[in-house]
Design a protein. Structure first.
Length: 84
């Protein structure tokens, strides 16, 4: 069984697949409203935090921003997502 999750840059869930119900007993809507602290053990959360911090040091984020002409242009920015 696979559960698919999507998070935004602030590490909030924006999508959790309905298969979460079979795995954890929560609806997709309930699981989407949860925080990482509610989902992960303190040890797992610390490991994830360290991994994200290391990854953010390695690569700049490339964001696509809509230009005034409605075409897209690339803009290099620093990663500034908070680590929960």
């Amino acid at each position: 069984m696979d559960v698919i999750t999507v998070m935004d840059m602030n590490l909030h869930f924006t999508y959790v697949s309905p298969s979460i119900m079979r795995m954890r007993g929560y609806t997709a809507e309930e699981a989407t409203a949860q925080t990482l602290k509610q989902v992960m053990t303190p040890e797992s959360l610390q490991n994830k935090r360290q991994g994200l911090e290391e990854e953010m040091k390695l690569e700049p984020v490339v964001r696509q921003i809509p230009a005034e002409s409605a075409s897209w242009r690339r803009n290099n920015t620093e990663r500034t997502a908070p680590i929960v």
